[in-house]
Design a protein around this ligand. Sequence first.
Ligand code: SF4
Length: 109
Amino acid sequence: MSLRSAINAMCRDCICDPLDAGSAAQQIGCCVSTDCPLHSVRPITTTAIPVRLLDGYHIALEQLDTRARGLVKLDAVTSESGQIGHFQSIETIPEGELCSVTGNAEGEG
Ligand code: SF4
């Protein structure tokens, strides 16, 4: 077995969980155990790492090393993600906190 194959096998045995989210490559890429002697030589592929996967692993983008950080793919931004805080349905907003809108669709009021 080559050194490369041995390191790959070690990382796979260490961190990979087939029942967890993400592929083996993504799970190894998201390893944040920087005190491990294999960390800087762990296998990194070109498989993208979606941001939501980091959320699932409860790690922040800043915790990844530069090799893994370059693989992180930002999720699409939607109008909902542009809101401040959690999405709040208009039905749950107290009456006094709503702006009063008068008039009709043509702007007459
Ligand atoms: S680099 Fe990470 S995945 Fe690989 S052996 Fe070390 S702790 Fe485990």
